[in-house]
Design a protein around this ligand. Structure first.
Ligand code: B12
Ligand code: SF4
Length: 631
């Protein structure tokens, strides 16, 4: 039996980050699932039963299934292999703890993914790229990886497509080696990533598929690990198998929604063939919607944006990183030309494509003020969504190799290498300032005014609804779960029995108190977000009418008829209600203690009643919108 596990990471209190519903499934895990099925068919004699499981440690139900599987072992007659899959640096400590447990019940553990691959590439093998000479390399096995091999874990470096059957065969024969190298395999004949039956059921807020159509990137960004693991030559999967797979998904489910996770779809030499193929499927009546990642120079690739739009692309995730050319030069990100962003993003909007800007905080010239200015600029230039990261030397990157060689002080806790914790020194900001700047960027960008402005750029309701879902996910993650949207989901679980070894003991009473407070916060945040989104939806849905009648709909209430019109009329806006509540709340404690403020209580009932009516009308409007966009 092979159990493929995608480990999560720990939060700052040592609880594994785990959610009732995830948002994005793991493409690496799906790739390993398909490869494992294929490899077992090659190496296990006919008639011997095999089982393959793919489970995410960060999903509540998957973790329960893992615990059930764990209790089955040791099981006489079953060879158990635990594959810790697609392990990034921040997940490495958790992966090690999980492997301790699985080894204790007799499993042979194998680990693969970007931490081991990246670290070995830059620390043991060294980067040999004539365009980037002089990257230092100590040529030694990183200590934490050597420690794994010493305790019997098999380490897999690189990509598994061609070498995984050999590893499985060696394990079954009882002669595994401590380290295997997968290299850069040809992807033409590799099976496409596949999700096990039941993987999504009850575990994800939306069912989005994933696919990496190519690997590798020709650019040279110094903070990137990808080029040092997957190389700078782009290797592609077969176009016909991709199109067939998506056609099959459409035929099975009536539509296909997916994320093409290529680092840079614009540099996939077959982007046009894939887009044309998808465009043809759409012409045949299939519903296709997908998201890609591309660089901000993709506008120069002839026909790229229009063809993507015709193929059903709804969003492009672009590595903006910084708006300061000095920062871009320091990171060797020379392909980014800040002057062209506005024009490119306008083109995306014209084609109904949402622009998602990835922005990194912590480049050498960043200060709290410069970041605040650039975040504002991002919104003004037309970024509809943004993701913020803290710059860090990720093991596997050129920056890491240089930082280690220079003896820089780096956080020894790999769990913190998630791009959301400061792990090294910044020349102009303390850790506290840096982290506060990062948090402020989220709040600043995702304020209601920016969301309304972005939604108004898209006349298509379907697109707006999708954007609203993303905004709800993003706002909920950073404001409520206090986690980056990309590692978060909906409704967090914190299991007192499952904590990081070595973290301070938490008494049951303290744990219950924390849990009580957390759930109270959930309720509070739910209401806050409910009213924020009500404002956003109303301002967008009634935008044309409000443009004419806003004066009539705002300001002080002018009698009963005015109240009836604002509450039950054709146009809705929260502006008059918000203005009232802000003025009301400004009195604070005086509302209770100072009789001179009591007239405010008398003025309040019509507004409170209007809130009730608005809540009902909003619920109805949302229902209608969802219905309109799903039929
Ligand atoms: C798409 C993507 C995302 C998507 C995730 C979508 C999804 N869930 O699939 C989003 C945008 C959400 C995301 C978020 C993050 N990502 Co990301 N992501 C990627 C990206 C571009 C592609 C991932 C992918 O599908 N690759 C293709 C699969 C098949 O490759 P693979 O997982 O490595 O698996 C192969 C091998 O590693 C090996 N292998 C893997 N597991 C196993 C197990 C066994 C047993 C064996 C034998 C072999 C093996 O074989 C596999 C098949 O060839 C990669 C870069 C890249 N090109 O891979 C970055 C990358 C993995 N992400 C990275 C990071 C840091 C993150 C974030 C922390 C935030 C950030 N800064 O981007 C979050 C964390 C999310 C999380 N908890 O996992 C880093 C990891 C670097 C590191 N040293 O840790 C990468 C490398 C990019 C980078 N910045 O340099 N990411
Ligand atoms: S463009 Fe993206 S994938 Fe390519 S080197 Fe730069 S960060 Fe890495």
């Amino acid at each position: 039996m092979v159990i493929l596990i995608k480990p999560t990471s720990y939060d700052d209190e040592g609880f594994p980050l785990r959610f009732l519903r995830g948002v994005l499934p793991s493409n690496g895990l799906a790739a390993m699932y398909a490869l494992t099925k294929q490899a077992l068919a090659q190496v296990v004699p006919a008639g011997v039963a095999t089982e393959v499981h793919m489970l995410e440690d960060g999903l509540y139900r998957h973790a329960k299934t893992l615990a059930q599987l764990y209790r089955r072992f040791p099981e006489p007659g079953t060879k158990l292999i635990a594959g810790l899959a697609t392990v990034q640096t921040a997940q490495f400590p958790r992966a090690c703890d999980l492997m301790d447990r699985w080894q204790a019940v007799g499993a042979t553990c194998v680990i693969g993914g970007f931490h081991v691959s990246g670290s070995i590439s830059v620390m043991t093998d060294g980067v040999h790229d004539p365009r980037r000479p002089g990257i230092p390399c100590p040529q030694r096995m990183p200590a934490e990886i050597q420690a794994l091999m010493d305790r019997g874990v098999i380490v897999f470096h690189g990509e598994a497509e061609e070498r995984w059957p050999t590893v499985l065969r060696d394990i079954l024969r009882g002669t595994p080696q401590p380290l295997y190298r997968g290299g850069l395999p040809d992807l033409r004949h590799a099976p496409l990533p596949e999700y096990a039956p039941g993987y999504f059921r009850g575990n994800f807020a939306t069912a989005i598929g994933t696919l990496d159509a190519s690997r590798g990137c020709p650019f040279l960004c110094s903070f990137c690990t990808i080029i040092n693991v997957q190389g700078s030559r782009t290797r592609c999967r077969s176009v016909s198998s991709i199109i067939e797979d998506i056609r099959a998904a459409c035929e099975r489910g009536g539509k296909a929604g997916f994320f093409l996770v290529d680092d840079n779809f614009a540099r996939n030499p077959e982007w046009e063939e894939i887009s044309d193929g998808l465009g043809r499927l759409r012409q045949q009546g299939h519903h296709i919607s997908f998201m890609v990642q591309a660089d901000v120079a993709c506008g120069k690739v002839k026909g790229f944006i229009p063809k993507l739009a015709a193929a059903g692309c709804s969003q492009i995730f672009m590595g903006v990183e910084s708006l300061n050319p000095k920062n871009l030069a320091a990171a060797n990100k020379r392909q980014n030309n800040v002057d062209q962003y506005g024009q490119l993003w306008q083109l995306c909007h014209q084609h109904g494509i949402v622009v998602h800007a990835a922005y990194i905080i912590g480049f050498p010239h960043d200060t709290p003020e410069s970041v605040a200015r650039e975040v504002e600029q991002l919104a003004q230039l037309g970024a509809d969504q943004a993701s913020f990261y803290m710059l860090m030397p990720l093991p596997g990157s050129e920056d890491y190799a240089r930082a280690v060689a220079a003896g820089a002080s780096l956080d020894p806790d790999l769990n913190r290498y998630d791009s959301f914790h400061p792990v090294n020194k910044h020349p102009l900001m303390t850790h506290t300032e840096w982290y506060a700047t990062y948090l402020r960027a989220w709040r600043q960008f995702y304020r209601a005014a920016n969301i309304v402005a972005a939604l108004k750029r898209f006349p298509d309701r379907q697109t707006r609804l999708q954007m609203l879902r993303n905004y709800a996910w993003y706002r909920w993650s950073f404001a409520t779960e206090r986690a980056h949207p990309m590692i978060s989901g909906f409704y967090r679980f914190r299991d007192l029995q499952d904590r990081r070894p070595g973290t301070a003991v938490l008494s049951i009473s303290r744990y219950l108190l924390q849990e009580g407070w957390r759930h109270l916060r959930y309720v509070g945040r739910f209401f806050a977000e409910f009213y924020r989104f009500q404002h956003i939806v109303l301002e967008t849905e009634f935008a044309p009418l409000l443009a004419e009648k806003r004066d009539e709909m705002t300001g002080r209430l002018r009698g009963v008829r005015d109240w009836v019109r604002r509450t039950f009329g054709r146009i809705m806006t929260r502006q008059w209600l918000n203005n009232f509540w802000v003025s009301y709340a400004r009195n604070r404690w005086r509302l209770l203690l100072d009789p001179r403020t009591y007239h405010w209580h008398l003025r309040m009932p019509p507004y409170a009643l209007a809130e009730v009516v608005y809540t009902l009308r909003f619920a109805w409007l949302l229902k209608r919108l969802v219905k309109l966009t799903t039929t």
